[in-house]
Write a protein that binds this ligand. Structure first.
Ligand code: SF4
Length: 220
């Protein structure tokens, strides 16, 4: 008999989806453990190592037990674990809206096509902007409705870099693009003013969960 795939889980919880076009929805989250990419503004450093081993079927069962209208797999970096792929496939059998949040430095071409992919593009202040996986952009242009590109910006330099990026990579106008601010680093009114001034085809977003609860609260 084939062994069931296992994953390392940091936490499974039920909360309000905070960042994406699904922001505000009740959502079940499976946070996989492990990353090490070293982004300067990482807000889930606690999930970068450790984790509890769990079978994919147990994680699916626990996530669907909340009865939420959407389920998100996040991290850490979920795609570092081979078990993330069968996990996403199995979740798609149970729930019509399955989201994946990924740091954007790994290819997503093996992810189940039913999954909505929320993909970070890391700007210069992250310290890892040279490691964005650009082949994902080609995939997104083939099936733009599957993708949301998320830029979390900390400065004017980041903003100008992101603005140039979305036009150079031709994702402006075809994919959903989310611009947000590193919590406490970039003034939201300032970011709004820049977007309005440039009339960018982007959706400004807050990290909703950090406004509802204390910004460092876990499990929300
Ligand atoms: S990819 Fe995500 S989890 Fe990994 S270091 Fe960067 S922000 Fe943190």
């Amino acid at each position: 008999m084939k062994a069931e795939p296992e994953i390392l889980v940091s936490e499974i919880f039920y909360s309000i989806q905070g960042e994406s076009t699904y922001a505000g929805w009740p959502c079940a989250f499976i946070r996989l453990a492990g990353c090490g990419h070293g982004c300067r503004h990482c807000d889930t450093a606690y999930a970068e190592e450790g984790g509890v081993p769990m079978s994919v079927s147990e994680a699916v069962e626990r996530a669907i037990s909340f009865g939420a209208p959407c389920i998100e797999v996040t991290g850490g970096e979920p795609l570092l674990q081979a078990g993330a792929y069968p996990l996403l496939e199995d979740l798609c059998e149970e729930c019509p809206d399955v989201l994946l949040e990924t740091g954007g430095f790994l290819p997503v071409d093996q992810v189940d096509p039913r999954v909505r992919i929320i993909l970070d593009i890391k700007p210069p202040s992250s310290g890892v902007s040279g490691e964005n996986c650009l082949s994902n952009l080609e995939l997104a242009l083939e099936s733009p409705r599957r993708f949301e590109f998320k830029f979390v910006l900390a400065s004017r330099e980041d903003y100008l870099w992101a603005k140039e990026f979305i036009f150079r990579q031709q994702i402006a106008g075809s994919c959903t693009i989310l611009f947000g601010a590193v919590f406490g680093e970039l003034d939201l009114e300032q970011l709004a003013a820049w977007i309005l001034e440039d009339r960018l085809p982007v959706r400004m977003q807050l990290q909703l969960h950090k406004h509802i609860w204390q910004p460092d609260t876990r499990g929300v």
